[in-house]
Design a protein around this ligand. Structure first.
Ligand SMILES: Cc1cc2nc3c(=O)[nH]c(=O)nc-3n(C[C@H](O)[C@H](O)[C@H](O)COP(=O)(O)OP(=O)(O)OC[C@H]3O[C@@H](n4cnc5c(N)ncnc54)[C@H](O)[C@@H]3O)c2cc1C
Length: 311
């Protein structure tokens, strides 16, 4: 039975409708909102367009003890087949936008996609975000996961970010109060990132374009960018070879469970070949972990966040 039970459903629908002027959907599969294309339905998914709407959703879910899940591009998550009992706050195109401020900074809303953020930087001849070339996701998700590639991270270029805490208070977090790690940011429990400011460096535009082209080409050569995936599925372990190398060495490229398979092109990419369930994905993930542990005594930790409930 869903948390928004039949009797209460109309009441919740009405309340959310009063708070959020953007789209609201009930019982919609979250597969449509993740790049891996798996995941069962959310009781409710809302697409707020203003900070007031986000604040209203945070307040309402808090007051009603409803679980709240924030999703950006859905490119670093595996949502289980049972979906999510509670309200999903989608911070994508509905809450996007970025602009150059003070000559060499960019201010972005949390739902701004990486391609769009990078476009603002390129157009303004601002260097520092080229590593985002071909990486999917949004600014809020990028802060929450400290997105990085080629030895560069969001943490290197962030000046500040803003968030709403679980009491819906807006806080600006300056650089000296940020805490980041590998694919990790320490955030107050239940907080919603609403925007960020990046410090970049003025550079000739053609140099920026060349770096973007090189990164994009190197990714196209090594990663299955056309397949549905969540990027690298495991973190690279400390004091051991890269996860993709170990998986390849163990002969696991091409291994499949249902519609989920380890990419033939890149051992650390788990792809949805079509029709995969979250159960297929998680079974394959567990199997790979078991084999790598047995062969190399290395515990691979998922890089993706596994969310929601079993069916
Ligand atoms: C083809 C491909 C290539 C990739 N390459 C890379 C790479 O090179 N480097 C890398 O680091 N990652 C990579 N990734 C993973 C992914 O792109 C990043 O982790 C990205 O930062 C996730 O952003 P998102 O908006 O999609 O987050 P989501 O997947 O939507 O969410 C990720 C986490 O952040 C939280 N979150 C999202 N938005 C907010 C918000 N506004 N406030 C609070 N919490 C929030 C979510 O609750 C969740 O826990 C790749 C993924 C794919 C599919």
């Amino acid at each position: 039975m869903t948390m928004l039970m039949t009797m209460e459903r109309k009441e919740w629908q009405r309340r959310l409708g009063e708070i959020v002027h953007g789209r609201i959907a009930f019982d919609e599969p979250l597969a449509a909102y993740t790049t891996l294309r798996v995941g069962g339905p959310a009781d409710a998914i809302v697409f707020p367009e203003s900070i007031e709407e986000i604040r209203g959703v945070v307040r309402m879910t808090r007051a009603q003890s409803l679980p709240l899940l924030v999703l950006g591009g859905g490119s670093d998550v595996v949502v289980r087949d049972g979906g999510f009992r509670g309200v999903v706050l989608r911070m994508g195109r509905n809450f996007a936008g970025s602009r150059v401020i003070a000559g060499d900074r960019i201010e972005a809303r949390a739902g701004e996609s990486f391609p769009s953020l990078l476009r603002t930087a390129r157009t303004g001849s601002l260097a520092g975000l080229e590593f985002l070339a071909t990486v999917p996701g949004c600014v809020g998700g990028g802060v929450a996961t400290n997105v990085g590639a080629y030895g560069q991270w969001f943490a290197d270029v962030l000046v500040s970010y803003t968030l709403l805490d679980r009491d819906a208070r807006e806080t600006n977090v300056p650089r000296d109060q940020m805490e980041f790690g590998y694919r990790y940011a320490r955030l107050p429990e239940g907080s919603v990132i609403t925007g960020a400011v990046f410090q970049l460096t003025m550079k000739p535009r053609d140099e920026i374009e060349e770096t973007v082209r090189n990164y994009a080409q190197s990714r196209r050569d090594s990663q299955p960018l056309r397949a549905s995936s969540a990027g690298c599925i495991f973190k690279n372990p400390d004091n051991a070879k890269q996860a993709g190398y170990l998986i390849d060495k163990a002969g696991l490229k091409g291994m499949a469970v249902g519609g989920a398979a380890i990419s033939e092109q890149h051992g650390n990419f788990l792809i949805n070949r079509g029709g995969a369930t979250a159960n297929d994905v998680l079974t394959l993930l567990a199997e790979v972990r078991k084999i790598v542990k047995k062969r190399y005594d290395v515990e691979l930790e998922p890089e993706v966040r596994i969310l929601g409930e079993d069916e």
